[in-house]
Design a protein around this ligand. Sequence first.
Ligand SMILES: [Zn+2]
Length: 311
Amino acid sequence: MPRVKVKPRHVRRFRALGVALLLAACSPPPQPAPKPPEPWAGSPSVSRAPDRGPPSTWPPAAGCQAPQYAAAAAANAASLDRLTWAPYRRPEIGWRVYAPRIGREIRSPCPPESAGFARALADWQRIEGLPGGGRLDAVTFDRVRAKASAARPFAQLRGRCPAPPAPGALAAATPREGYGGKAIALRAGALAAYRRMVAAAYAESAEIRADSRNLTIFSGFRPPELEAERCLRFDCDGVTRARCSAHRTGLALDLYVGHAPGYGPDSSADPNRLHQTHTPTYRWLLANAGRFGFVDYPFEPWHWEWTGEPP
Ligand SMILES: [Zn+2]
């Protein structure tokens, strides 16, 4: 079980007060100089050892005990790295990559193999009218996926492809906000919300502050011509690239949340996504991005969409 830091309540309160003061003062986000971009590896090596990501920030299992759910917890522990399924059409093994996202949905901070997690999942399944009794299965995750999709206005267009925003509606991010200094444009409202979110993240998390690449943007607005050109170079019929991407709205951002050794921050390879969904940056986004109007696409830990304006 990973060691976990639990801050005393007065420290958390004091920190929250500090965050409120910082936001009230509209301070600009602390932006240390970005590190030079890393070479993004192309295809991952198949011989790499499995990467479970950095240490978890889950609380100790002591707060996650529920003896009556021991059997469900044992079933979850067994399927966590073995379930064979295709939650996003592409075959996957195990559901550990989605465990933090599921935990957020069911409002459980407990480790996915714990009885506390199973208890919270059972409660959620009951409310949702699903079977399972605390066991994670494909049907249950399908509901998590559907709820995440329902929260994305772009996904609710259901294939209708929106026109891109007028050029005057776009604003340029600063070089420090772009990953490796990359030029990024977003709708002005989305950029302002992004800046508020980054200011909060850097104020609230020393782990996020520790790497100035965290939450830099590696893709923002992409004009339809660029999308079409990408589709000539890559297969756009798979799960990872769309002919009509949310990036054409100027409301979608790809954020640096870390990456596994040997992978790029946009690699959808399963070992990379597993690493990413356990970084402090991703975990902070899961818990807090909604405060700033951002919603996620669970398959891509880096992809977030601002909901403050229609797509
Ligand atoms: Zn994206």
